[in-house]
Write a protein that binds this ligand. Structure first.
Ligand code: SF4
Length: 204
């Protein structure tokens, strides 16, 4: 009879999660390059379109650079390229603001659609697993922000309206002070138009 050898001591769960994330990062990088070949946009240019789409109105050039975590000259160069392609326009007021043109909005709508393969992979998780995953991602993003590795995102974890775990209902334990309503892990936002930074975030 064949006796199976015991499994070797594995990596820690943290290392396994990091390996899994690295694999997903690899797929996303491939996808970004494929998109670039198709649309001719660099990842930074694509992110600028996505950010302008999320904000609606004109966004100051300095804010674009800060939110994307790139230097002002890089943001300025990317905006100039997008303007030359007819995808954004610049308006000069007190500061220089950037907005989407109609063509830019169509391109941004297209780019904002998550690739089917990624949605299918997330859909394979149960709603409970998705909620736990989203909560874990939120905590990781916050840690990376605190380390200064990524710019502050407009998410619940860094919002002055967020009151975590203040309600007894396990389905909706958190409270959003902006809409004055309870909500659950599944509704945690990663880019919310109503977000305002906590005092701590503002100082940072
Ligand atoms: S305003 Fe938006 S980011 Fe802030 S707690 Fe409410 S849902 Fe979350």
């Amino acid at each position: 009879m064949h006796v199976r050898a015991p499994l070797p001591e594995g990596d820690s769960p943290a290392a396994l999660v990091a390996t899994g994330l690295a694999k997903i990062g690899l797929v996303l990088r491939h996808e970004a390059w494929r998109e670039r070949a198709e649309t001719g946009l660099t990842p930074t240019q694509g992110q600028i379109l996505a950010l302008l789409r999320a904000r609606g109105d004109g966004v100051a050039l300095g804010e674009l650079a800060r939110e994307l975590g790139v230097s002002a000259p890089t943001a300025s160069e990317s905006v100039a390229t997008l303007a030359a392609k007819g995808l954004v326009e610049k308006t000069r007021g007190r500061t220089l603001a950037v907005s989407l043109t109609a063509r830019g909005r169509r391109e941004a709508d297209r780019a904002a659609r998550w690739p089917d393969f990624l949605l299918e992979a997330v859909d394979a998780l149960t709603p409970e697993e998705q909620a736990v995953f989203l909560r874990g991602l939120t905590t990781m993003i916050r840690t990376l922000q605190e380390q200064g590795r990524i710019p502050v995102a407009r998410m619940c974890a860094t919002c002055r309206f967020y009151r975590p775990n203040v309600h007894a209902d396990p389905e909706r334990p958190h409270h959003c002070g902006f809409v004055d309503a309870p909500f659950g892990d599944r509704q945690l936002r990663l880019d919310c138009a109503d977000w305002l930074p906590t005092d701590e975030e503002e100082t940072r």
